[in-house]
Unconditional design. Structure first.
Length: 298
């Protein structure tokens, strides 16, 4: 797959996701208290690359599935990801004033409404995905929803967040702890995207196993490049405050391995991720995604 084809495909998936999110808030969202709905949609509509929903749709389509079948899963996952960003930015967590180039949710709506906006997005995501599973009577959609809920929950993303929080300013941390944190904090949500798309396409066991291995390596690559960009990136291009990892004593690949070592880890993760795709049909888009991730600048 060429870079032009890759970008065209991801642009299409992004438009599908954003149009459906707009529709959901225009219809199902009408019963939400107006100020809460405004706060929820403020962060959801702030842009971003929409990587996770695009991966849901990309994997579903590359495996012969119908993207319309996977669209509720893509939207649900983007709502969950957005809720996690709202909570991450709050004073009790990362205390960040900017997100996606605009003031963080709690700076606009206050901490109480921001907390509720995150909670609202989480519950609305579950509602959208489960309604789709019931309406379609498709076990693949139900299994995809279960995957997203599991990997974004207490045994997935949240356990990574908790471990990350507890290891801030630790005098010494082993690479195994770093791996544990980022396996859950970052890779689990990317795995949720890939595997939900595979379930929506009714992929077989061997393909799902290979995609899980791919997702783990891809998630590590994503986090390594994110850690590098916190040191080397451009704050305007990133749309958020940079340098806070070091300031807050965060556990990162750069703090353990240094910049050169982290770059080497990124290259290794990219190579291993691609190797996992050898038995996955039509996986050129996932291979190109790795190349794009390795060379990202925001």
């Amino acid at each position: 797959m060429t870079n032009e084809e890759y970008r065209a495909a991801f642009d299409r998936y992004r438009r599908l996701t954003e149009n459906e999110l707009t529709r959901l808030f225009a219809v199902e969202g009408q019963c939400i208290y107006p100020r809460l709905r405004e706060a929820m949609y403020y962060s959801l509509d702030a842009g971003g690359k929409r990587i996770r929903p695009c991966l849901v749709l990309a994997v579903c389509e590359m495996l012969g599935g119908d993207v319309q079948n996977a669209l509720p899963l893509a939207c649900g996952l983007e709502m969950i990801h957005t809720y996690s960003l709202i909570h991450d930015d709050m004073p009790g967590m990362d205390n960040d004033d900017m997100r996606r180039g605009r003031p963080s949710n709690h700076k606009v709506f206050g901490e109480g409404i921001a907390l509720l906006a995150g909670d609202g997005l989480l519950s609305f995501a579950a509602e959208v995905m489960l309604n789709a599973a019931i309406d379609s009577k498709d076990p693949g959609v139900l299994m995809g929803a279960r995957e997203i809920i599991r990997l974004s929950g207490a045994s997935g993303m949240l356990t990574g967040q908790a471990s990350d929080k507890m290891n801030e300013n630790a005098p010494s941390v082993s690479p195994s702890v770093l791996d544990y944190v980022h396996k859950h904090k970052t890779a689990d949500m990317l795995e949720a995207a890939v595997i939900a798309g595979a379930y929506a396409a009714h992929a077989d066991v061997a393909v799902i196993k290979a995609l899980r291995s791919y997702s783990y390596k891809m998630g590590l690559l994503f986090q390594i490049t994110d850690d590098l960009l916190d040191v080397l990136g451009d704050e305007k291009a990133m749309g958020k405050t940079l340098g806070k990892d070091k300031e807050e004593g965060k556990l990162t690949f750069v703090t353990i391995y240094g910049i050169d070592g982290a770059m080497a880890c990124a290259r290794m993760a990219a190579e291993e991720a691609k190797e996992c795709l050898s038995c996955v049909p039509g996986s050129g888009i996932l291979s190109t995604f790795i190349d794009e991730m390795l060379n990202r600048n925001r």
